[in-house]
Design a protein around this ligand. Structure first.
Ligand code: NAI
Length: 395
């Protein structure tokens, strides 16, 4: 089958296995080139391991510190005439490379919110790993079936309190327009918190502690975003922001438990805005990212997911250093994004952007190429005219 990108709004419904594999190899090469991360993690559980920041965490742990990894994710395998989702191909490529390097890599595809997947994960850890010393919680999901109540919670990306109007871009068509998003009601706020808040992270940590599968002194991290005033109504002060406040609450609760467990630790890392499947679905944010990439590339400070996570591990978590916390106890690798000279430049460009000057004033080209790369397209060295086998068996 010859696989071409089929972009539908903010998703691409096809993925290229060879391209995904080459994209994974680029990230592995980056981590290896940065050199070993000393005193790094050795047995790592990554929840949300197949794309974005979770995938980069897995790659950094494995190829930066020689860690054994168990990855949990929710991906769709290929079906007759239809390629798998990119996370499926990413995971196969990662697992092949890890095992070729002599590293343990196990995978569990299913709903991380469910009791069943937690039970299966504990069984794999008990059988193969003994105890985990790093848990990365990096889920981004539109829904959660609550394991205790059976309720289905759907997360929303909405402001709270008042409608929000701002510029946005259709990244595929290159059209800049104004969008108004209606505020969420109480149910929408509570549902988003149930999906993207901290309860499930706490459930994972408690299950590991109860089963005595978390090493004394273990680390638990999860990821958040704050961003600039342009996006606050839809992000920091919106439904997702409320969920992130709850994630921070959970980080503190988990930290207390882990402190009592051999002086372990839990915290949130606030990361940079990046093109991922999760962020491309948020209104306004893709326009911000396109301007951000333009400004940060010009300053030479642009990073992708793997650069961010490698820096997090190497300068904040391991290598014999202590994390530098902000006033709220969070680690900040969004520090370069939030520098005043970057944000001032964005604020200057923001009001000027139109459909006509989008290509000049923003890095919409870079956005599109990153977006396609997530699905394995546009990766140098890959022959996209060649026949490729879409059916790959999970390792
Ligand atoms: P992503 O969409 O690339 O990755 C989500 C991961 O979660 C995938 O591995 C997916 O398979 C997995 N997943 C989703 N639902 C699942 C389920 N029910 N069961 C098992 N696995 C499931 O997302 P991204 O952007 O890497 O987000 C990860 C975290 O990073 C989120 O907490 C997000 O808020 C945060 N973050 C993202 C930023 C961005 O700009 N993309 C910036 C800062 C933080």
């Amino acid at each position: 089958m010859i696989i071409k990108p089929k972009v539908r709004g903010f998703v691409c419904v096809t993925a290229h296995p060879t391209g995904c594999s080459a994209h994974i190899q680029q990230q592995i090469d980056y981590v290896k080139a940065k050199g070993p991360i000393k005193q790094g993690p050795k047995k790592v559980l990554v929840i949300g391991a197949s794309t974005g920041f979770g995938l980069s965490s897995r790659i950094t742990a494995a190829f930066g510190s020689g860690a054994a990894t168990l990855g949990i994710f929710y991906e769709r395998p290929s079906e007759e005439g239809r390629p798998a989702t990119p996370g499926w191909y990413n995971t196969i490529a990662f697992s092949k490379a890890a095992r070729a390097a002599g590293l343990y890599a196990a995978n569990l595809n299913g709903d991380a919110f469910s009791d069943d997947i937690k039970k299966q994960a504990l069984e794999i850890i008990a059988r193969d790993l003994g105890q985990i010393d790093l848990v990365v919680y990096s889920l981004a999901s539109p829904r959660r079936v609550h394991p205790k109540t059976g309720a289905v919670h759907k997360s929303t990306l909405q402001p709270i309190g008042a409608p929000y109007t701002n510029k946005t871009v259709d990244t595929d068509k290159g059209i800049v327009s104004e969008v108004t998003i209606q505020p969420a009601d109480e149910t929408g706020i509570a549902d988003t918190l149930a999906v993207m808040g901290g309860e499930d992270w706490e459930m994972w940590i408690q299950a590991l502690l109860d089963a005595k599968l978390l090493a004394r002194g273990a680390t638990a991290i999860s990821y958040s975003y704050i961003g600039p005033i342009h996006t606050w109504p839809i992000y920091k002060d919106g439904t997702i922001g409320r969920a992130k406040i709850d994630l921070e609450r959970a980080a503190k609760a988990i930290d207390t438990k882990l402190k009592a467990h051999g002086n372990g630790r839990a915290f949130i890392s606030v990361n940079k805005a990046l093109v991922t499947q999760a962020s491309s679905a948020i209104p306004v944010v893709p326009l911000y990212i396109s301007i951000l990439y333009k400004v940060m590339k010009a300053k030479g400070t642009h990073e992708g997911c793997v650069e961010q996570i490698q820096r997090l591990f190497a300068t904040q978590l391991y290598n014999g250093v202590q994390p530098k916390f902000d006033a709220e106890g969070r680690v900040r690798v969004d520090d370069w994004e939030m520098r005043p000279e970057i944000q001032d430049a964005i604020s200057e460009i923001w009001p000027k952007v139109t459909t006509e000057n989008l290509e000049q004033l923003t890095d919409i080209k870079g956005y599109r190429s990153e977006f396609l790369k997530m699905f394995g397209f546009g990766v140098p060295g890959v022959d996209y005219e060649a026949e490729v086998e879409p059916h790959h068996v999970m390792l």
